[in-house]
Ligand binder design. Structure first.
Ligand SMILES: [Mn+2]
Length: 347
């Protein structure tokens, strides 16, 4: 993607080269592939990406692909190099110690923060890939409703398999392990999908497709059986909070403000909102913008989620989540309907 933007940063900061080790999603960002193993050496001019023979080598402008051999340390070794960029948040101590031997005169600086800043603003192509991932995710949800109405699914795992099979059959990968939580299980935000039979009550879903390495993230809620008035009220309150928070997503608004706004609207239920309002989405399911960070503001070309949730211990939980892009206004990419659908009768 924006390799040249990163290279101008290296020039400006007088960094001789930056070395990235697999696994590091920045390698996927620059190569648009997921290698089995890789070392990337990016210089102010040019870049060498060492890949193994296990993967198909991509053809990339401005990047020379070389074979990753056992002798890579020798090949890279250079006593003259003065400044080496590394990604602190992903580099292992083992790899770092190797780098110290390869570049004995170098000082090491973190370039991770800069790549994060570059990745935070998506190109039109990245937005296109994310939109496709979100469309497949939304379509899977619509198909699921029909499948549940036909009573073909018995367990949480059945539901997860249905969604995953649907998304994969469209050529997508999964952005993260699908969460399906039936009844009381929904009170745990990250409930591990199990072989538990579906029970009457709320059915919480949190899932996403991945299209050409770009993730979608969506949460929806269904109801098996007939919801009580109280349950309906709680659902529509949360949906109102989610929609009104999206309306506040205007240019330059601090993400912290959006988070506070949604908590205010939740009133006495705010204490059951046990996680942040959302996160950036891209190659990583969680990336920048990070809402808790000071000065994190909504900008054009960011892709992000809005996902308020409330979790009543031992009763049930609800979370409604969309992936959005900001292009002057907040546009919802996960277009699946949000009105509560009750699937009845359901035992
Ligand atoms: Mn999310």
């Amino acid at each position: 993607m924006k390799l040249s933007a990163f290279q101008s940063y290296l020039r400006k900061e007088k960094i001789d080269l930056a070395v990235l080790f697999h696994p590091d999603s920045n390698i996927t960002y620059f190569t648009q592939m997921k290698p089995s193993s890789a070392i990337s050496v990016i210089k102010p001019k040019g870049a060498d990406f060492y890949l193994s023979l296990l993967d198909k080598w991509p053809q990339l402008r401005g990047i020379t692909i070389k074979k990753l051999t056992k002798g890579w340390e020798k090949e890279l070794s250079n006593k003259k190099v003065k400044t080496v960029g590394v990604n602190k948040s992903s580099l292992s101590l083992e790899s770092f110690e190797k780098l110290q031997k390869i570049y004995p005169s170098a000082k090491f600086v973190d370039i991770g923060e800069e790549v994060v800043r570059i990745r935070e603003l998506k190109t039109p192509r990245e937005i296109e890939y994310t939109s496709i991932a979100c469309q497949i995710t939304s379509d899977a949800f619509t198909a699921l409703i029909k499948e549940l109405q036909a009573k073909r699914l018995k367990t949480e795992q059945d539901v997860a398999f249905f969604l995953e099979r649907f998304m994969k059959s469209k050529g997508a990968e999964l952005a993260f392990p699908t969460i399906v939580a039936s009844g009381k299980n929904s009170s745990i935000p990250h409930h591990p999908t199990s072989t538990t039979e579906l029970v009457p009550g709320f059915l919480q879903l949190d899932f996403g497709a991945q299209w050409k390495n770009y993730c979608a993230d969506m949460s929806r809620v269904l109801y098996l059986g007939q919801p009580t008035e109280q349950e309906k009220k709680m659902y529509s309150k949360l949906l109102g909070v989610q929609e009104r928070t999206i309306q506040q997503a205007t240019e330059g608004v601090p993400f912290k403000k959006l988070d506070e706004f949604s908590r205010k609207l939740l009133e006495k239920e705010a204490k059951y909102f046990v996680h942040g309002l959302g996160h950036g989405v891209g190659i990583d399911i969680h990336e920048h913008p990070v809402y808790g960070k000071k000065n994190a503001r909504l900008q054009k070309s960011q892709v992000f989620t809005i996902e308020p949730g409330i979790y009543f211990p031992n009763k049930y939980g609800l979370r409604i989540e969309d992936t959005l892009v900001f292009d002057g206004q907040a546009r919802i990419l996960t277009t699946a309907p949000k009105d509560l659908v009750a699937i009845d009768p359901y035992k």
